[in-house]
Ligand binder design. Structure first.
Ligand code: FE2
Length: 303
């Protein structure tokens, strides 16, 4: 049988149209668009950089390794996306801090930041003023307060402020046997004026996990792993898009070299330190501004 009428690839460049054609009947239009674009970029990348077979094997091994390194205590896949700036890109793209309309001057919208690999669902429900530094957690006492607003500046009562952060030695409770379960995590409802208030200890900066494949990548790139100190927040109330963000400590040495690219200027909090009854104490005031939308929560990176 003659095969002269069959189109088969003869050059590296002739593969892409065949792949796009093979995927062209995907009924889901968005999946079709995403896969066609991703495949186009991947082919262009491989051609541009002339990827070798050894390099392809290495890339496949990295993807296998980050999956296998992911478990109940760490999520190496999210960390890989974080280190490539992809998590921050998706967060910033999907949460524009200012609307492009004529009301832009009147509307304040909080900057979002990446979720990170350490959010756990179902943190303890707390009362205003509760301390989330439980057990024998030592550190500089920190009080945090603020108001949750809608995009028009109207306070939002009964909004949920979910906070989580690393300890003063730079470890999340799930990474540290010395901390009790759910330490430095809590959920606070705003009061009738939209205000929230909680106590904790001032967190330290910390290195992202470096004992897995992502650590190998950082070392190969001569990059340091140290995140500037921060508090994570997830602020939610029905009828509004869930705000996922981080508030960083002013003065931290790593603000401009965050390995996961989460820092934007409005997210640098002003920590004030005072002496109260002979004891040094830090205070942070930070407000949140939500936009209208659907209250959809992310999938927890760790259980
Ligand atoms: Fe963090």
């Amino acid at each position: 049988m003659s095969t002269s009428h069959i189109t088969l690839p003869t050059t590296p460049e002739s593969l892409l149209p065949l792949v796009i054609q093979a995927m062209s009947r995907t009924p889901d239009a968005r999946l079709r668009e995403l896969m066609a674009s991703l495949t186009t970029h991947l082919h262009a990348f491989i051609l541009e950089t002339q990827v070798t077979e050894e390099e392809f094997e290495c890339a496949v091994k990295f993807i296998i390794d980050i999956g296998q390194a992911t478990g109940p205590k760490t999520n190496e896949v999210i960390l890989a996306a974080d280190l490539l700036g992809v998590s921050s890109l998706v967060a910033v793209l999907n949460n524009p801090a200012h609307h492009n309309n004529q009301h832009a001057q009147e509307e304040a919208v909080s900057h979002a930041a990446l979720l990170g690999p350490f959010w756990r669902a179902n943190a303890p429900i707390c009362q205003a003023g509760d301390n989330i530094a439980r057990g024998n957690t030592q550190g500089l006492p920190l009080e945090v307060c603020g108001v949750v607003y809608d995009k028009h500046g109207k306070p939002l009562p009964d909004a949920m402020v979910d906070v989580w952060h690393a300890s003063p030695v730079g470890l999340y409770e799930n990474q540290d046997d010395a901390q009790e379960n759910m330490n430095l995590r809590g959920r606070f409802k705003t009061d009738a004026q939209g205000a929230y208030f909680f106590k904790t200890v001032r967190p330290a900066g910390y290195p992202v996990p470096t004992n897995g494949p992502c650590g190998d990548l950082l070392r190969a790139q001569l990059r340091h792993p140290n995140r500037p100190a921060h508090l994570h927040f997830m602020v939610s109330t029905p009828g509004h898009k869930v705000l996922i963000t981080q508030v960083f400590a002013d003065g931290d040495d790593n603000l401009t070299s965050d390995p996961v690219f989460g820092v934007t200027a409005p997210l640098v909090g002003q920590y004030e330190e005072r002496m109260i009854n002979g004891q040094r104490q830090a205070h942070l005031t930070h407000d949140f501004h939500l936009v209208d939308g659907e209250m959809t929560f992310p999938h927890p990176p760790i259980p």
